[in-house]
Design a protein around this ligand. Structure first.
Ligand SMILES: *Cc1c(COP(=O)(O)O)cnc(C)c1O
Length: 340
């Protein structure tokens, strides 16, 4: 394999040795196929191409100081993928097949799990889609479940740094009774207008408000939102946000560390009262937010006055990332250590 500059890698695609796949036909999943083919050959009438029957997951493999490779809460990803499949009527994968395929694809690409200390990780992308043909709008009879991996650099190349986000009101990512809680492809197509608008205005990500009243905070791009106030970790309760495993872990960790935790509708007007605000997800774990620009009113909300993330965000980030790499003891049983 080529020499990779681990700590400079972007969050992008780097070819590895193999990917794994299984096809669901006649009511059951077939043999696991290992291949170096980066392409998929599917029927032109496959439901994924017309009716968006597709979902994905995002997780990482971390190499510890002991050289061993670790996964973080993989069962939560397996469970959420079933939730997504159920939501758009696709065949589901049980824990057993999910784990077999994740461990296989990591093992056969283990040369690509970045060394401890580089801050880089192996990103794991499981995805599942309707590969069988249908012309009328209905679920497919055949599905394909695949996983590829790709090494990704540390999210914050110059250290843990605050980001700037822009409030977007003229497009919605997901409706209250829509598909927002499922990690399905259509939601990301729907989010692109907001993402591009924020990027074009010079911001890292869009903030989505609830689409009924534009009164409550929903999400930040493809990450959940949290705020800190009076030793309390506050995160939105909403029927249109994606249930982040990082957010769930931060809530449990915050409680364990003695903070109060509130999951409730969070009004946009509460922003000036928060001490710290951040976005959370597998990619960066925590992205502290330094500035929220309401593009419609011109109002700017600022945090991190000295340009540094707040103390609670730092504490949560360091503890969670420490557990993932095996540097901090994991009292929750969240980490799985591979034996290869
Ligand atoms: C994947 C995702 C998240 C983060 O979920 P994690 O499980 O923490 O990685 C948050 N919001 C959206 C819209 C997502 O797609």
């Amino acid at each position: 394999m080529q020499d990779l500059n681990w700590s400079k890698l972007p969050f992008g695609y780097v070819k590895t040795y193999y990917n794994v796949r299984s096809v669901y036909k006649d009511g059951k999943w077939g043999e696991i196929e290992v291949t170096d083919n980066e392409c998929v050959n599917i029927h032109m009438a496959a439901t994924v191409l017309h009716y968006g029957q597709a979902c994905f997951e995002g997780m990482k493999a971390y190499r510890g100081k002991d050289g061993k490779i670790r996964l973080f809460r993989w069962k939560e990803n397996a469970k959420r993928m079933r939730h997504s499949c159920e939501g758009i009527y696709m065949a589901q994968v049980d824990d057993d097949l999910f784990y077999k395929m994740v461990s296989k694809v990591v093992e056969i690409n283990k040369d690509f799990v970045p060394p401890y200390g580089s801050g880089a990780t192996l990103y794991i992308r499981p995805f599942l889609f309707g590969s069988g043909p249908k012309v009328g709008v209905q679920p497919a009879d055949e599905y394909t479940f695949m996983i590829f991996v790709t090494p990704v650099g540390p999210y914050f190349k110059e250290g843990f740094k605050p980001i700037k986000i822009a409030v977007v009101r003229d497009s919605d990512r997901a409706a209250p009774l829509g598909t927002g809680t499922f990690k399905v492809g259509g939601n990301y197509a729907a989010s692109l207008r907001g993402v591009i608008k924020a990027h074009d205005a010079g911001y890292g990500a869009p903030m989505y408000l609830d689409c009924r009243e534009k009164k409550y905070i929903d999400e930040i791009g493809a990450a959940n939102f949290f705020a800190i106030k009076n030793n309390t970790y506050i995160t939105p309760e909403s029927s249109s946000i994606l249930p982040s495993i990082t957010n769930k872990s931060l809530e449990e960790l915050a409680e364990f560390l003695g903070y109060k935790v509130e999951r409730r509708p969070v009004e946009f007007t509460e922003l000036p009262g928060f001490e710290e605000v951040g976005a959370c997800g597998t990619a960066a774990i925590i992205s502290p937010i330094g500035e929220i620009n309401d593009l419609d009113t011109g109002k700017i909300y600022k945090y991190c006055p000295d340009g540094k993330p707040g103390p609670v965000s730092v504490k949560l980030y360091e503890t969670l990332v420490g557990m993932q790499f095996g540097d901090v003891e994991d009292p929750f049983g969240w980490v799985t250590v591979f034996d290869f």
